[in-house]
Design a protein around this ligand. Structure first.
Ligand code: T3D
Length: 257
């Protein structure tokens, strides 16, 4: 249901049920958690790329599996999916989503959980939940208002209208929309750049941004101070400064010490 490729410096996870636009099943979520755990445990892995096989990125919950679902089944499903969202956010590595086609329902929010989202121009994003009488889950009500503001988030969720990749980029929902044939080359260049970066600092940037939502300025300044001390102790900080002074490109190891 997913493919995991171990590439130099990064992992590529491909959602792989193309005949159903990569609609989600709990087994896929379990496999994603394992793949992300493996990525974190492997010191040579410094970034993760998430994409979909075929013409879709992810159509959200597989609706054929919930025709007769009761409240307990729904709770079980979300107990499978929500840890994936938390794992992506807590992973101390950059996670890039290369959105190759439609991202609907939980599939849309899976993409929005990633650190950087680049989408093919023909892709679209849709909070499809209200079409089937559901509430956005997988972090949608947390991510979307923070990305695009409450006016747009409310309308997108209540109307369940698709947003094109270009509009998503214009609204700040995603990083960039690119021509379809440029998606994978652009995503690969991006992930290779991140995977060659100062890995510890990138993980700490992620932490600082995630915690900023709950902090007041004083708390955030304290957090920045703590994280900066941690970053400053890494060899990549020393290398970055040395490279600047020597007028050359830095060679980051990603190591903590
Ligand atoms: O219940 C819970 O609380 C659990 C958690 C839920 C979280 C959710 O994600 S709820 C939202 C679930 N997702 C949806 O409601 C989206 C359903 N799909 C669509 O609206 C459309 O398929 C798309 C807008 C995504 C794409 O439209 P289009 O026209 O490009 O493709 P299509 O023809 O509709 O779909 C292609 C095939 O994929 C088709 O199968 P077929 O006819 O060729 O055999 C279609 O049935 C299948 N497919 C698409 N989405 C799903 C799906 N099969 C199962 N589940 C899907 N979600």
């Amino acid at each position: 249901m997913i493919l995991v490729d171990t590439l130099p410096l990064y992992r590529r996870i491909t959602l792989n049920r193309p005949d159903r636009l990569n609609a989600l099943m709990p087994e896929m979520a379990d496999a994603m958690i394992s793949a992300l755990d493996d990525a974190q445990a492997d010191e040579s892995c410094r970034a993760v790329l998430l994409t979909g096989a075929g013409r879709g990125f992810c159509a959200g919950q597989d609706l054929t599996a919930i025709v007769d679902a009761g409240p307990d089944d729904i709770a079980d499903l979300l107990d499978s999916y929500h840890p994936v969202i938390e794992k992506i956010r807590e992973l101390p590595l950059p996670v890039v989503a290369a959105v190759n086609g439609v991202a609907a329902g939980a599939g849309c929010n899976l993409a929005l959980a990633c650190d950087i989202v680049v989408a093919a121009r023909s892709a679209s994003f849709v909070q499809a939940f209200s079409r089937i009488g559901l509430v956005p889950d997988c972090g949608g009500t947390w991510f979307l208002p923070r990305l695009v503001g409450t006016a747009r988030a409310r309308a997108l969720m209540m109307l369940a209208e698709p947003v094109t990749a270009d509009i998503a980029a214009e609204w700040g929902m995603i990083w960039r929309a690119v021509d379809d044939d440029r998606l994978m080359p652009e995503a690969q260049a991006l992930i290779e750049r991140l995977a060659s970066g100062p890995t510890v600092a990138l993980g700490l940037i992620k932490q600082a941004l995630d915690e900023s939502g709950d902090n007041d300025l004083a708390d955030q300044l304290d957090l920045e101070r703590d994280l900066q001390i941690e970053a400053a102790e890494t060899p990549d900080h020393a290398e970055g400064v040395r490279a600047f002074l020597e007028k050359r490109a830095p060679v980051f190891s990603g190591r903590r010490d």
